[in-house]
Design a protein around this ligand. Structure first.
Ligand SMILES: Cc1ncc(COP(=O)(O)O)c(C=O)c1O
Length: 417
């Protein structure tokens, strides 16, 4: 008897032609904004034009005093750490599982990333932070992984009890929030990416948010030497005389990226509402599928649905490996089911195991991580399968086919053993 599984010769469950997910959505208004920018300026050194427009719009959207754009999320994180006063030898507690750029800029400051175990959803486990605090700890950096806000109330309590700075990497979570408060507004400062698939995208780019005037000026000093620093660091400020050189780095956003991001920002809440609707459909139908556990959202938590994560349960499918399960899904045409690659437990990466090779003399040299150090993060990461979340009503048909693919592979798992 032939199998109905596509991997074994049957018909694929997904019949909609690819590509199945592209981001950001580029429509007429994005094209018009970019065309207008091409006719205006493709290089902006001060806080003016499209850069000022985007920063103003970000300030308004997030309800913060300062937004400073950068060339990337990595640059925003680097600037945030420097602006927050992180110095050589300082320790910063970061989630063990995140994209490495959340923490890697610390090496350039000769500061020490201290990895913290995560909850099963991949976010930093607030109950494991305290045991990592030493006299050198200065800050806690939080990532809102895949767009699910981390447990900020518990993080803030631990930080306050120990006089630590709270920083956020909101790169997956533009517009997400907890009890009406937006991610990126819980600490001294936050950094976001505007890179390709991010919920708010400019193609490339990033930004820093802060309510603190001094932190804002330090971001300018670090990321925007010369014209912006001269324009925004007041005379008489102790850093003003360094304005020409800043700290020697230039992290300016490209005006065309700013144009794309500004246009996208005007539709961000619409995208998020659409994603929430599609996610409700996907989670509702996938929740009961043997072999898959759907991420849970506590009351009051509003995710950005950057990714919908499923934890694979081989025990419910006779021990079928995730490799084989994933292979069968892909054969069904459900090619957007993805396993996280570079966003992995950082202790598995060479830079975190042996930083001394790239950063000789770094104080971290004595604190090498190795695979196996973070059993929760590593187990969940190894069993995670995720989907991008579509945002349009017409995407529900495709989402329905993906659901059918998952149910089919789960139902027929014995044929794969
Ligand atoms: C959590 C997180 N932080 C930081 C970054 C770095 O952003 P960028 O690629 O814009 O430098 C990324 C992604 O790319 C990310 O996923």
């Amino acid at each position: 008897m032939t199998s109905s599984l596509a991997l074994l010769g049957g018909k694929p469950a997904v019949t909609v032609a690819g590509p199945h997910f592209t981001w950001p959505p580029i429509g007429e208004s994005t094209r018009a904004m970019v065309a207008a920018q091409l006719d205006t300026s493709v290089s902006i050194a001060g806080r003016s034009g499209i850069v000022a427009d985007l920063e103003d719009a970000l300030q308004e959207y997030f309800g913060v005093r300062h937004a400073v754009t950068t060339s990337s999320g990595t640059a925003a994180l680097h600037s945030t750490y420097w602006a927050a006063g992180i110095q050589a030898g300082d320790e910063v507690i970061v989630p063990a599982w995140t994209f490495h750029a959340t923490a890697s800029p610390l090496f350039h400051l000769r500061a020490v990333p201290v990895l913290c175990e995560t909850d099963p959803d991949g976010n930093i486990d607030p109950n494991r932070v305290e045991e990592l605090i030493t006299p050198r700890t200065r800050a806690i950096m939080v990532t809102h992984l895949w767009g699910k806000p981390a447990d900020m109330s518990d993080i803030v309590v631990v930080a306050d009890a120990h006089g630590l700075i709270v920083l956020e990497d909101g790169s997956h979570a533009h517009g997400a929030g907890i009890a009406g408060r937006k991610v990126g507004t819980f600490g001294l400062a936050s950094a976001f990416s505007l890179n390709g698939p991010k919920p708010l995208s400019g193609g490339e780019g990033g930004f820093v948010l802060t309510d603190d005037d001094d932190t804002y000026r330090r971001v300018i000093m670090f990321a925007h030497y010369n014209k912006r620093a001269k324009g925004e660091i007041p005379e008489g400020h102790p850093l003003a005389r360094y304005a020409v050189t800043g700290a020697g780095l230039k992290f300016r956003i490209h005006p065309l990226a700013a144009a794309i991001a500004l246009d996208q920002l005007s539709r961000l809440d619409g995208y998020l509402a659409g994603r929430a609707e599609v996610a409700r459909h996907l989670t509702g139908r996938l929740a009961g599928v043997p072999g898959l556990k759907v991420v849970e959202m506590p009351d009051g938590v509003v995710p950005s649905w950057y990714g919908l994560t499923l934890t694979y349960r081989p025990d419910e499918l006779g021990g079928l490996s995730l490799d084989r399960f994933h292979q069968a899904l892909t054969a069904e045409g459900a090619s957007e089911f993805d396993r996280p690659g570079s966003t992995c437990p950082l202790n598995q990466l060479a830079l975190y195991q042996q930083p001394g090779v790239l950063f000789p003399g770094h104080p971290h040299s004595h604190r090498r991580y190795e695979a196996g150090d973070f059993p929760v993060a590593e187990r969940v990461h190894a069993h995670t399968i995720k989907l991008p979340v579509w945002h349009r009503e017409q995407d529900l048909k495709l989402a329905g086919q993906y659901i059918r693919a998952a149910i089919k592979v789960s139902d027929h798992h014995k044929e794969l053993l």
